[in-house]
Design a protein around this ligand. Sequence first.
Ligand code: ADP
Ligand code: GLC
Length: 478
Amino acid sequence: MKVLHVAAEVFPLVKTGGLADVVAALPVALAEQGADVRLLLPGLPQVLEAVQAARVVVDIGACFGAVRVRLLLARMPHSQLPVYVVDAPYLYRRGGSPYQDSLGQEWPDNLQRFALLGWVAAHLAADDADPAWVPDIVHAHDWHAAMACAYMAQHVPTAARSVFTVHNLAFQGLFSMHDWPMLGMPSELLSAAGLEFHGQLSFMKAGLQFAHHITTVSPTYAGEIATHEFGCGLDGVIRSRGTHVSGILNGIDTEVWNPATDPAIAQRYDSERLQGKAVCRLALQRELGLQTDGQALLLTIVSRLTAQKGLDLLLAALPEMLQAGVQLAVQGTGEPALEAAFRMAQQAHPGRVHVHIGYDEARAHRLVAGADAILVPSRFEPCGLTQMYGLRYGTLPIVRRVGGLADTVQDVGDAQDTGFVFDAATPQELLRAVLRAVEAQREGQAWQARVASAMAQELSWAQPASDYLDLYQALLSS
Ligand code: ADP
Ligand code: GLC
């Protein structure tokens, strides 16, 4: 079975969040289970620099406002997976993030940039871009790749089936109606039954309307996005797709995130040799200038600092948490107001709170390994990866019961408790969960039992990849 994964980011070349981790690991897991998998990525500078042995498959010429567009075929640096790269210098060769300039403004030509990505995917599926390799399945990730599903359905005849995975419904790819002619779509789709969304064009809606099947990154989120509370205005569209929407829980890359082999941490460890974790904890306290307090509950957060992540709840509960003996180590970037509030928290509580505003992969590993617990109090969370990194490193997650957090962390009353879960998005509920963790840590044995269960949890991509293969097979035989 030939499967094309289409996405805007892939770890470690281009990453703004968990999407990149998934796009790096899932295709490799699918290939390990026998699928013939390729990636399709935009030719961002980091991608062009990193891929190996690139050759031109087809010279597409001028389209979507660019005078020169070529389709390259290369190999990914680590996995050696084949990767198609859309080389369109005018649209993609620029600094900043894949979606925004260095000042955080959306690139004004994102419509052309991501329509092109989907359009090339559809042409690969239609056998006129690379007749030597024609996918059976086109798997598009988030709004950036969603136009692939619309072009496949409306524009380019193909027998291939499309799967659209929603990693985060809150980011929708909305554009002005004035830009409609650039898409080359039939005008009947300029309606609520097509891509129109409250007077704008929605790429997310293109994926939701036209994919043969929609998945989300956890079963709970699949149910949530069909409701008014989590549907971001698209819950009606999602409900209308009925059984063509399902949830498959993400895995994590258990090689990149493995305390027994992790080159970034002070001492390697596993569930049999947990002394190494104590060494990592002390090393982290020293590195961050935190008091080398053996009793404190050392809590970490590695996160985008945005409203989604519920970190304002933490800031509100912080004084009481610190009184209870908690230490906090935060690493993140995001909204200026949250960055400033965390900086102030560090100034107010030297030796107890450490905040690093920045992005650093190796440091994220040291935080996850050295902390006792990892906090993810999200308002909504499609899946969430850092709580799974915590489980794998015996760093117990304290999470809100929402989306993938609910599907990955178990508390008292579940089959095996691996962390601490709270319901209401309030500082009081968050505080209660943290105080339960403080209590459990003091009890010692109960804590160790949770650590053992957490570290034993199966988190690899093997099962999710097998579920995706079953889905692909079902789509091809329907
Ligand atoms: P989201 O995709 O919503 O940001 P996830 O939990 O799925 O949330 O994925 C976030 C990913 O980004 C994880 O791999 C996490 O370790 C990483 N990450 C987030 N912020 C930082 C940071 N400041 N430094 C290093 N890694 C980070
Ligand atoms: C999104 C979600 C996050 C999820 C990630 C990978 O960024 O916000 O919850 O883990 O995608 O699927």
